[in-house]
Design a binder for this molecule. Structure first.
Ligand SMILES: [Zn+2]
Length: 351
């Protein structure tokens, strides 16, 4: 339903936290489907996480994946480096290649969890100061991450902050002048633990959905402490999610992030200008992402529809936000002067 022709033009968006599942999880996603989902959702730049199978912890592994990503993706994709207990001493060398390091301090899958203060400090010391150290830190680990930023005078970025106390600790650290930044996910902004009950395994991710007071705290910091919104796009097939035994945590988000925020803007919970800061200006600055000239997203802020407005491009083909009423639609995406998507159709993608 179109109410008028007020159109908006956003710069190309950057999602700095996605899982594209290459190598080793191509049944869930690959560079082609993940980048098509990005374009359908208004993102022209992605930063992909290294907890693949095998994880990306070597120069050779990173270069091979980065080359494959460049060849197969429909938008720009940069890959994080990962670090395991056995690759810590290689960080100065690895830091010559990858733009940022992802460090898992808390529960995750694979071999990338780092334990012990000695190891954490060694990583904070060895990873180049000019490059971002991004942390998966929950609860007390956030405080440990803040200590690392302080002790080593280095940039630390906190991924998917989801709890009231965590965002308040980060706000206090920023007020003290520590060089820290943080992101929140749309699922932690728009869903609570009540939705987790309703959605079952389809609402299970790490960090888990939180209480209403946690969600309220994130919204209270949306114009101040929070630097970016990142989707933590973590696709798993429906069969995997609906398995009786140990369904894997994670939800897709590339195609729902901008629609959810546009809808929040239509409800006057956030400004359109702030959405641009959270999804483009700030993530591009934090990660020093290259400019994309003649790149923009055309939006009709007044058009209403039921999510999604197109057949999803993510290979997993589901979303925890199915059926949600959204006001604010992505009309067109232009990347380096070329129209790459229109009305939910990604041009260079044959299904
Ligand atoms: Zn993640």
């Amino acid at each position: 339903m179109k109410t008028n022709n007020r159109l908006m033009k956003f710069p190309g968006l950057a999602d700095v936290h996605v899982h594209l599942r290459v190598p080793g999880g191509e049944q869930k996603e690959d560079y082609r489907t993940g980048s098509a989902a990005a374009l359908a959702g208004g993102f022209t730049t992605l930063m992909a996480m290294p907890n693949t199978n095998p994880p990306i912890t070597t120069v050779e592994g990173w270069q091979a994946a980065q080359e494959k990503a460049a060849n197969e993706s429909l938008c720009d994709v940069a890959l994080f480096m990962g670090v395991s207990m056995s690759s810590i001493e290689n960080l100065p060398e690895l830091g010559k290649f990858a733009p940022a390091l992802k460090l898992y301090m808390d529960l995750t899958f694979g071999d990338l969890r780092i334990e012990g203060m000695d190891n954490l400090e060694r990583i904070a010391e060895l990873w180049p100061r000019g490059k971002v150290l991004a942390l998966h830190a929950e609860g007390e680990s956030v405080r440990t991450g803040l200590k690392l930023a302080e002790k080593f005078h280095r940039r630390v970025h906190f991924c998917h902050i989801s709890r009231k106390d965590e965002i308040e600790w980060i706000a206090a650290a920023k007020a003290q002048g520590l060089p820290v930044t943080c992101e929140v996910t749309p699922h932690h902004l728009f869903l609570t633990e009540a939705d987790a009950v309703r959605l079952g395994s389809l609402g299970d991710m790490r960090p888990r959905l939180a209480s209403q007071s946690d969600v309220d705290a994130l919204w209270a910091h949306i114009n101040t402490t929070i630097d970016c919104v990142a989707s933590d796009h973590a696709p798993h097939t429906l069969a995997e999610k609906q398995a009786m035994l140990n369904p894997p945590p994670g939800v897709p988000g590339l195609e729902s992030t901008l629609p959810l925020l546009l809808n929040a803007a239509a409800e006057k919970r956030i400004s359109y200008e702030r959405i641009i800061s959270l999804l483009s200006t700030n993530p591009r600055r934090i990660y020093s992402l290259p400019e994309q000239p003649d790149t923009w997203v055309e939006i009709d802020p007044d058009e209403s529809y039921e999510f999604p407005d197109h057949a999803l491009y993510t290979k997993c083909a589901w979303s925890p936000f199915l059926g949600m009423h959204i006001k604010g639609r992505i009309l067109r995406v232009v990347l380096r002067g070329k129209e790459v998507a229109r009305d939910g159709l990604v041009h260079d993608f044959a299904r």
